[in-house]
Design a binder for this molecule. Structure first.
Ligand SMILES: C[S@@+](CC[C@H](N)C(=O)[O-])C[C@H]1O[C@@H](n2cnc3c(N)ncnc32)[C@H](O)[C@@H]1O
Length: 227
C-alpha cells in the first residue's frame, strides 16, 4: 500500500509531463500541417474565380483548403460540375459536409478531411488555391506531377512561384476589396513534367502584399458580403 502510494507520487508527475509533451507535439504538428488561416472568399469573388477558370459541367473542381466549402458548393450549384474540397480543420470540414447534405448536393460535391499536401489530385481538372505564396510553392510539384493535360489552376491573391500565369486579373469585390487572380494551364503535351506549366518567376510584390494583409490577419475585410 505504502509502496504503491510512493510509486504513484513518483509516476503521476512523470505521466502528466509526458501527456503535456504529447499534447504540445500534437499542437506543433497541426501548426506545421496547417498552411493558412481560414479566410473565406466573398461569394461574388468565388463566382469570378470559377468564370475565370472557364469551369464547365464536365470539370472537376478541387479547392485546396476549402474552408466553409463555398467554392465547391457554388461550383456545383451554378456551374453544374463536380467538386471536391480538402480541409484540415475538423469544424470547417464538418460544417461543409453538413451544408452539402442540406443542399442535396452529395452526388456532386464531396469534402475530404485531410491534408492537401498528401491529397490525390489526379481527377481534378480545375484547382483553386487561396493560400500563401510559399504554400503554393510547396504544392507546385504535386500539382505538376498529378494534374492532367488541359487542367487549370487559379491562384487567388498569391501567385505560384516559378510559374508564368497565362492570364492575371484584378477584381474588386462589392465591398471594394481588391483580389488578384492568376490562371495557369497545363499544356496538352501530356508529359508528366513540371515544365508543362509555363515556368517563369513572376515578381508581383504589390498584389502579393495586398493579399498578404488579408491572410495574415485571418480576417476578410468583406466578411459581411459572405452571408
Ligand atoms: C484562406 S482559407 C481559404 C478558404 C476557402 N478556399 C475560400 O476561399 O473561401 C485557407 C484554408 O486552408 C485550410 N488549410 C490550411 N492548411 C491546410 C492543409 N495542409 N490541408 C488542408 N487544408 C488546409 C485552412 O484551414 C483554411 O480553411
Amino acid at each position: 500500500m505504502v509502496w504503491q502510494a510512493a510509486r504513484d507520487s513518483m509516476k503521476w508527475p512523470f505521466f502528466r509531463r509526458r501527456e503535456r509533451s504529447i499534447e504540445l507535439l500534437r499542437e506543433s504538428l497541426s501548426a506545421v500541417k496547417s498552411a493558412a488561416n481560414f479566410c473565406s472568399t466573398p461569394w461574388s469573388v468565388v463566382r469570378e474565380i470559377l468564370e475565370f477558370a472557364e469551369v464547365r459541367p464536365d470539370d472537376v473542381v478541387y479547392d485546396l483548403g476549402s474552408g466553409d466549402g463555398r467554392i465547391p458548393i457554388l461550383a456545383a450549384q451554378e456551374f453544374g460540375c463536380r467538386a471536391v474540397g480538402i480541409e484540415l480543420d475538423p469544424d470547417l470540414f464538418m460544417y461543409s459536409a453538413k451544408r452539402v447534405a442540406e443542399l442535396n448536393l452529395k452526388d456532386r460535391v464531396s469534402f475530404i478531411y485531410g491534408n492537401f499536401f498528401e491529397a490525390d489530385l489526379r481527377s481534378a481538372s480545375v484547382v483553386v488555391l487561396y493560400l500563401l505564396r510559399a504554400v503554393n510553392g510547396h504544392l507546385r510539384a504535386r500539382l505538376a506531377s498529378q494534374l492532367p493535360a488541359g487542367s487549370r489552376v487559379v491562384a487567388v491573391d498569391f501567385d505560384v512561384p516559378g510559374w508564368r500565369a497565362e492570364r492575371t486579373v484584378s477584381i474588386v469585390s462589392d465591398g471594394n476589396v481588391e483580389y488578384t487572380l492568376y490562371l495557369y494551364r497545363r499544356s496538352s503535351s501530356g508529359a508528366q513534367r513540371e515544365s508543362t506549366f509555363a515556368d517563369n518567376a513572376t515578381p508581383l510584390a504589390r498584389t502579393a502584399s495586398a493579399g498578404a494583409s488579408k491572410a495574415a490577419t485571418g480576417k476578410n475585410p468583406k466578411e459581411k458580403e459572405n452571408a
